[in-house]
Design a protein around this ligand. Structure first.
Ligand code: ADP
Ligand code: MG
Length: 611
């Protein structure tokens, strides 16, 4: 095997593994005996050594107090989030306050404390080592993981010495592994039944990009439950009480149950065999597939109820789902495949190993991110801010840098001139305040606005960046319904170095930009105020005293002078003075507007101040 520089990692509750792309195809990383799955299990030893994987799992038999499972359940959680977990994890879990008052979760294993991030990092390190110590990775998480759970996963990657290129949803990775992105459009249901958890995700695919429409599941439903049902059946016949604190016997029972369960996926019957020679324990029983199916049937029905709920949230019926993907080791059970197929009314994808498919998809994603195949751009954030030119060459940013995609923002503009029937929209990208320092992306015109007084038109401009980083700008005048749309491609053609340079420029020039921008804003305001005041004076001037009119006239002269001088401080002072002088006039005008609207005018939404 060649050593990959980047891998996809499925960091699972019960099993973890890595995969990488070679010659255009994804492969899972296998150990010399051909095994890919690494049990997500860690054991700590007195001599300071740490074992991860099947060695640790074996150690759990003889020394459960120094072994930990299911760390994923603790990632990014607080003590208050954990209820069931506390019963199931046989270690003390506590919160410690750190310097800045934040509380950090710790697990006490054999007298030493570890954070969940450190523990997950140990698993990631082992998986990384098996892949030849690559430095970059894409790591998958369940679609329902929140921000802090994702961040904890990222941190675990960093602790393990990995540059985490991206955190990817497990169902999306599975769909990618099957190449469903090449379908172009449709809906995909991902049924993931693993060791301890069940997830159902409904994805929509548009232009080769997946979006999670809905997720549902049960964080306590999985293969472990099937093992427990078999254990219970065996324990009853053996006359053993499962509440026993006999850890050794329980672990042997559990192992025997899991072996029988796995054998039943390939055979019509299997032996459930528990033997501990040193203790004279000997139990042998043949279990048939029909018996096993009867045992697990209620749990499978429960999982299908969760699918129903996910579909309901996505507003879809089972028949509207185009593709069904099976994920998780427990979907190797023939009965599960059959029931899922019946539920959706179509044959699920099963061509890839269900416990490897997430890692394979993560590898595909990692390859896309690093190979520079920009044609399959999978942007997760907007690299540079996107905005529109407003009066005087200022960029009004609608979508800010580093917003995750897909991103949408709407803002409302109005017309500046009387009877203006068209608006020209210039689109820019960049971090600077002025259009002359940003990258011009395109322009388009919204025409067909009926003649109206200045500031009466209401134009909603919407920016939409899809997962591919492609920007669509649309505009609609709300009173007339006039609309227009244009698509631009901002992400192409900019290298990372350029992005960095642009970001640096904006930091270096921030002060200068700010002054220039402020000046333009104040000038616009000044000109606007003068225009409005002139109009108001012609309508209501005779309701003012002579002193009030004189004060306005003198403030107007000062403001005109300041506008000509382009001096920021002088302009600011003149504007303040002008505001004071026109205060009474503004109140008169406002009362007039109010009176008209209360008087039954059906145009009471015309107040331009709202814009
Ligand atoms: P995770 O929960 O970490 O995502 P997996 O998807 O690898 O884990 O699922 C692990 C579960 O799959 C375990 O409960 C295991 O017993 C079960 N499993 C693996 N192979 C089979 C099989 N052939 N038949 C039935 N169950 C299986
Ligand atoms: Mg899994």
């Amino acid at each position: 095997m060649t050593t990959p520089s980047v891998v996809g990692i499925d960091l699972g509750t019960t099993f973890s593994l890595a995969a990488f792309v070679e010659n255009g195809r994804p492969h899972v990383v296998r150990d010399p005996s051909g095994i890919a799955l690494v049990p997500s299990c860690i054991s700590f030893h007195d001599d300071g050594s740490v074992l991860v994987g099947s060695a640790a799992k074996e150690r759990a038999l003889s020394d459960p107090s120094h072994t930990i499972f299911s760390v994923k359940r603790l990632m990014g959680r607080t003590l208050a989030d954990l209820k069931k977990e506390l019963e199931l994890i046989p270690h003390q879990i506590l919160e410690r306050e750190v310097a800045d008052g934040r509380k950090v979760l710790h697990v006490n294993i054999g007298g030493s404390e570890y954070t969940p991030e450190e523990l997950s990092a140990l698993i990631l390190k082992e998986v990384r080592k098996r892949a030849g110590n690559p430095t970059k990775a894409v790591i998958t998480v369940p679609a329902y993981f929140d921000d802090s759970q994702r961040q904890a996963t990222r941190d675990a990657g960093r602790i393990a010495g990995l540059d985490v290129l991206r955190i990817v949803n497990e169902p999306t990775a599975a769909a990618l592994a099957y190449g469903l992105d090449r379908r172009g459009a449709g809906t995909v249901a991902v049924y993931d039944l693993g060791g301890g958890t069940f997830d159902c995700s409904v994805l929509s695919l548009a232009d080769g990009v997946f979006k999670v429409l809905a997720t549902n599941g049960d964080t306590y439903l999985g293969g472990d439950d099937f093992d427990r049902l078999l254990m219970q059946a065996a324990a009853k016949e053996m006359g053993v009480d499962l509440a026993t604190r006999d850890a050794e016997l329980l672990q042997h029972l559990r192992d025997a149950a899991e072996r029988a369960k796995i054998a039943l996926s390939a055979n019509e019957s299997a032996e459930l065999n528990v033997a501990i020679a040193s203790r004279g324990v000997k139990f042998l029983r043949v279990v048939t597939r029909a018996e096993f199916e009867e045992l697990i049937r209620p749990l499978i029905e429960r999982s299908l109820d969760r699918c129903k709920a996910a579909l309901r949230d996505a507003k879809l019926t089972p028949s509207q789902v185009d593709e069904v993907v099976l994920v998780g080791g427990s979907t190797r059970i023939p009965y599960v495949r059959k029931r899922v197929g019946e539920f959706f009314g179509k044959t699920p994808h099963t061509g890839l190993n269900p416990d490897e498919v997430v890692a394979l998809g993560a590898a595909v994603q990692a390859d896309i991110l690093t190979s520079g195949r920009r044609d399959m751009l999978l942007l997760d954030v907007v690299p540079l801010s996107l905005g529109l030119e407003t009066l005087g060459g200022v960029v009004d940013k609608l979508i800010h840098r580093n917003t995750t995609v897909p991103a949408r923002a709407t803002t409302r503009y109005t017309t500046g001139a009387e009877n203006q029937t068209a608006i020209l929209l210039n689109i820019y990208q960049g971090e600077r305040e002025l259009t002359k320092d940003c990258r011009f992306l395109g322009t388009f015109k919204l025409s067909g606005i009926p003649p109206m007084p200045a500031q009466f038109a209401q134009v909603d401009v919407t920016f939409l960046v899809n997962q591919d980083g492609i920007l669509t700008v649309s505009a609609k005048e709300l009173r007339s319904g006039a609309q227009a749309q244009v698509t631009v491609q901002p992400a192409h053609g900019l290298t990372t170095a350029e992005v960095d340079q642009l970001v640096n420029d904006s930091i270096e020039n921030a002060q200068e930009d700010f002054t220039a921008r402020r000046l333009i804003e104040l000038r616009n305001k000044g000109e606007n105020d003068l225009r409005h005041t002139e109009k108001a004076l012609s309508q209501a001037g005779d309701m003012l005293t002579k002193a009030q009119r004189d004060a306005i006239s003198s403030a107007t002269t000062t403001l005109r002078g300041a506008l000509a001088s382009s001096e920021l401080d002088a302009l600011q002072r003149a504007l303040d003075a002008f505001g004071g002088a026109t205060n009474h006039l503004a109140t008169l005008m406002m009362n007039e507007v109010l009176r008209q609207s209360l008087g039954g005018s059906n145009e009471d939404d015309l107040d331009p101040n709202k814009l």
